[in-house]
Design a protein around this ligand. Structure first.
Ligand code: URA
Length: 236
């Protein structure tokens, strides 16, 4: 691949901007300055430097972020900052998208990608991908509420019933539940339907991706190729 095209594919700007970065000597491969935009590069296992920062070539990107409160999953947020402001510019340039959405006040695991196939595999309604949430409730959790969540509740303006699986009480005012759809405000609406209220919502897991304990709020990392392949091929 041409060096200028490779840089552009990795989010370093337009073809013109990448040519300029190269010509000005800001790009290095194996420690050597490459100032020819038309140089051919092997992208497999390629690492390169731009402004002395090291990067690995990635055909597609897959990101896990520990979302803090007060960020909207939108490029045009209405009342809060955008979750995209937590990611570096090269990822924005690559047009990464959120894999599903979290409310501005929900914390926890939020995935991003620029791979449409991966996005579909995790968000298509027919895939029923499991999403695990920890819920802090306004009122103490009652055993009947747990049972109701598992047997299923009706939600206003939605057809059918909505069931949670693996529902467990964690503390007097805390429970964990898994849902297999992604309706707007689904957990909050299900908790309201059983007569309680969500005080705080945290997503722990999406499919086989879990939020790692040592990932601080607002931090993110690249998912491994192996994890990603499993997600793409997983059946509903
Ligand atoms: N359900 C909700 O109510 N809110 C979220 O952010 C995610 C699931």
């Amino acid at each position: 691949m041409l060096l200028e095209k490779m840089l552009q594919s990795q989010g370093f700007g337009s073809r013109k901007e990448c040519q300029l970065l190269i010509k000005k000597g800001f790009v290095r491969i194996e420690g050597e300055i490459c100032d020819n935009p038309k140089q051919q590069v092997q992208v497999e296992n390629l690492t390169f430097q731009v402004f002395d920062e090291c990067y690995q070539y990635r055909e597609k990107v897959y990101i896990a972020l520990n979302k803090p409160q007060g960020f909207e999953c939108s490029h045009q947020p209405q009342h809060h900052q955008s979750v995209f402001s937590l990611l570096p510019e090269i990822l924005i340039q690559r047009n990464v998208q959120c894999v599903g959405r979290l409310d501005q006040d929900t914390t926890g695991l939020l995935l991003f990608t620029d791979d449409g196939q991966f996005l579909q595999a995790l968000t298509h309604p027919r895939k029923h991908v499991a999403k695990v949430y920890r819920v802090v409730t306004a009122d103490p959790v009652q055993p009947e509420q747990l049972t109701l969540l598992e047997t299923g509740v009706e939600l206003r303006n939605e057809k059918g019933i909505y069931q949670a699986t693996e529902v467990a009480q964690l503390a007097e005012n805390q429970l964990q539940m898994t849902i297999h759809q992604g309706l707007y405000h689904q957990v909050k609406r299900m908790i309201a339907a059983v007569g309680n209220k969500v005080e705080h919502l945290h997503r722990q897991q999406v499919g086989q991706f879990s939020l790692s304990e040592d990932l601080a709020e607002s931090e993110w990392y690249y998912l491994t190729a192996q994890e990603v392949e499993q997600a793409k091929t997983q059946d509903s």
